[in-house]
Design a protein around this ligand. Structure first.
Ligand SMILES: Nc1ncnc2c1ncn2[C@@H]1O[C@H](COP(=O)(O)OP(=O)(O)O)[C@@H](O)[C@H]1O
Ligand SMILES: [Mg+2]
Length: 155
């Protein structure tokens, strides 16, 4: 019963949707972040809500660029759904290398980066700026990260 009501909470009906596809070039990280923010602007979000969304999107898209398609260029699929009750669902999907152990990858400070450029805090940032973060991944198949964020707006 409880699990059902929790699930329902993030399942409200979608009334507007935006989809985009971008090659995993680092120049496109800013584009993805700005495009998602522009689409969400119709909810009249506060500056802080918009900053949270941009930051979380930026982390997820960067992961596609630097991890999923590490030695190659692949396509990043982004879907933004505006749902009843102020819920924003942002799906960021790649068909890259996948994550072997999702639970471990979500641990703060965990990183597979060997060059010492990454902090291992990407998932932690997404979790702290969103209401819920869902990750599905399959080795060599790819990863789908869904960010759920309730926007109350300026009122
Ligand atoms: N889209 C992805 N594809 C493959 N691996 C990923 C993806 N996103 C995250 N990872 C793995 O999860 C780890 C943790 O990610 P994150 O918390 O963003 O830290 P960081 O990017 O600083 O390493 C990464 O080091 C990487 O191994
Ligand atoms: Mg990261």
């Amino acid at each position: 019963m409880r699990a059902e009501s929790v699930k329902k909470k993030y399942n409200s009906e979608c009334y507007n949707e935006m989809r985009m596809k971008l090659p995993s070039l680092s120049v496109n990280e800013g584009m993805a972040r700005a495009a998602v923010a522009a689409f969400c602007a119709q909810l009249d979000p506060t500056a802080s809500e918009l900053a949270d969304i941009k930051c979380a999107v930026s982390e997820a898209v960067t992961n596609c660029i630097v991890h999923a398609y590490r030695d190659t260029v692949g396509i990043i699929y982004i879907t933004v759904k505006l749902c009843e009750g102020g819920l924003v669902r942002i799906e960021i999907k790649d068909k890259g290398c996948g994550i072997e152990n999702v639970e471990l990858a979500r641990t703060p400070l965990y990183t597979t980066d060997r060059e010492g450029e990454r902090s291992g805090m990407g998932f932690t940032v997404m979790e702290s700026f969103c209401d819920k973060v869902r990750v599905f991944s399959g080795c060599k198949k790819g990863t789908t990260v869904t960010l759920f964020k309730y926007v109350k707006g300026k009122e």
